[in-house]
Design a protein. Structure first.
Length: 116
């Protein structure tokens, strides 16, 4: 199976896109693939929402988080005010290209890129 990097850019009213990122990451991992789920741009705001135990998608989020595949763009987390929440959640920050995740690096490592 391929290596896949899923970028979640889903905005505030796009719960379905954010949830599908979680589902796709779980499915790829269960199928034996290597996966990264990167919350980027406004998508970084989903991490504190999913961390909330009262959020209906918290159980799915916790399953995927336990896989150790979730990352967040460091620059975007700061720009959207989610940096502290992401640090509290112990989510790894990525900052390889001007503070952002590096698409070029992922492609050079043979990752297929999916954006949501």
């Amino acid at each position: 199976m391929k290596k896949v990097a899923i970028f979640v850019h889903a905005g505030e009213n796009e719960l379905g896109r954010a949830v599908h990122g979680l589902l796709y990451a779980q499915e790829i991992h269960e199928a034996g693939g290597e996966v990264k789920l990167i919350f980027d741009g406004q998508g970084t705001l989903w991490i504190p929402r999913f961390e909330d135990p009262s959020h209906p998608m918290n159980p799915l989020y916790k399953k995927v988080k336990d896989l150790g595949v979730i990352e967040a763009c460091e620059y975007c987390a700061g720009a959207f005010g989610a940096k502290e929440d992401i640090q509290k959640a112990s989510i790894a920050s990525v900052n390889e290209y001007e503070g952002h995740a590096s698409i070029a690096k992922l492609i050079s490592e043979d990752y297929q890129i999916i954006t949501l």
